[in-house]
Design a binder for this molecule. Structure first.
Ligand code: SF4
Length: 409
């Protein structure tokens, strides 16, 4: 735990890497083992296998992270090798440990075979070895549907749909106006991106920009949004992405062209394996897609209601982002989950409860944020967990009282 003078935000310990499966992270309740579902999708059998793995080797809890990964908690050093054999056997983890050192690929969860997102990710997967060595937290968002869905998700380079109109590359060089929204590649932290004329061109430009990031000293900044060097002349940022699309709403999902199912929510991003098994343990379910919004899209005919999962878009827990907190995370000095439960439905707007200033559960500002420090809470309004607090040193009842007094519905 850090010590500090109250009133000043304290930098949490930044480890500079994210846990994986081959590189689990020690946490307050054992090892944290994170699985990156290929193409953001698990077959029904893989989902059932993950549930079995959570119960056999871990605490029985499965978490869905803000980067759309699934993670198991409470794995011991002794059981980890057996878990890895199991995960590899079921195609949940790449047998090559080096694969986890590559940037994470984040896909818009509504992709369909043959669309621009699918085509771009297939092309990119075939060229991953052409990427330079990048900082461990790098991510690439492949988000080429009709409207970007992943704009709030942590990623360093994005392939997105451009707003209709604007400019596109001309075959003979230069730019020409376009009639409808094409693709663009956008560096994180920049409002505009570079138009391209195909998924292949997007992948080519993305790889070039990754090299430019390294060659222009980006490693020191670590992430693209913190790398303030001007973009190179061959990647002019001239086009805005299309207006963002909505998150997948809880309940029936019907997109046409063969993708249909049901969207379920995980309360505070976690659920018992038994609840997830109950949601998918039917031959009428074919697969499960992960999202960065604490929601899963179950492909096929899933039950309309499963105890332990959310199925109502009005559920107040959907408005609260919360990390595991103490005692599950070693960096936390406060509990978070119980406070998040008490805050649910008591406030307007977005709420973030964070065990420390690192703010793992939400990188964007929240209307109201309670961030742990030295065993107490800082209250931040309209900011991130590392923002400047308006009140410090609150215990849980003081935090609740303050929130109720000023922000109660
Ligand atoms: S934000 Fe939460 S999960 Fe992340 S390091 Fe801090 S206490 Fe741990």
């Amino acid at each position: 735990m850090t010590t500090s003078q109250r009133g000043k935000p304290v930098a949490p310990r930044i480890k500079g890497w994210c846990p994986g499966a081959w590189r689990p992270m020690a946490s307050g309740d054992g090892l944290l083992v994170r699985v990156r579902p290929p193409l953001g999708r698990l077959s029904r059998h893989q989902m059932l296998a993950l549930c079995e793995a959570a119960e056999t080797f871990g605490s029985g809890l499965i978490e869905l992270t803000s980067r759309a990964n699934l993670q198991l908690r409470g794995v011991s050093e002794a059981s980890w090798p057996g878990l890895m054999d199991f995960l590899v056997e079921h195609g949940l983890v790449d047998p090559d440990p080096h694969s986890e050192r590559r940037p994470q690929l984040l896909l818009a969860p509504d992709w369909q075979a043959g669309d621009a997102t699918f085509e771009a990710v297939r092309l990119l997967e075939a060229r991953l070895d052409e990427l330079p060595a990048l900082p461990a937290k790098w991510g690439l968002a492949i988000d080429a549907g009709a409207a970007p869905l992943l704009g709030e998700v942590s990623a360093d380079l994005r392939i997105e749909r451009a707003a209709a109109g604007g400019l596109q590359p001309r075959a003979s060089g230069g730019l020409q106006s376009r009639a409808s929204g094409g693709l663009l590649v956008r560096a994180d932290g920049r409002a505009l991106g570079t138009p391209v004329d195909s998924p292949a061109a997007a992948v080519e430009l993305l790889i070039r920009l990754a090299h430019w990031f390294v060659d222009s000293g980006g490693r020191e900044a670590g992430r693209m949004r913190r790398h303030t060097a001007p973009l190179p002349a061959w990647a002019p940022a001239v086009m805005a992405p299309a207006a963002p699309g909505p998150r997948l709403a809880l309940g029936p999902y019907l997109e046409g062209k063969g993708l249909w199912g049901r969207v379920v929510g995980l309360p505070f991003g976690r659920a018992p394996a038994a609840a997830l098994r109950a949601a998918v343990d039917s031959a009428a379910v074919s697969a499960v897609r992960v999202t960065p919004w604490r929601r899963l899209l179950i492909e096929g005919k899933a039950p309309t209601s499963v105890p332990g999962l959310l199925d109502d878009e009005r559920d107040p827990r959907l408005g609260v982002d919360v990390c595991p907190g103490a005692p599950l995370c070693e960096q936390a000095s406060v509990e978070t989950l119980a406070l998040a439960e008490r805050l649910s439905g008591r406030t307007e707007g977005s709420v973030h409860v964070s065990g420390c200033a690192k703010g793992c559960a939400r990188q964007m500002p929240a209307d109201l944020c309670l961030s742990g420090r030295d065993g107490r809470y800082d209250l931040i309004v309209g900011g991130r967990a590392d923002g400047t607090p308006v009140a410090t040193g609150l215990d849980e009842s003081e935090a609740l009282e303050m929130v109720s007094r000023r922000w109660v519905r």
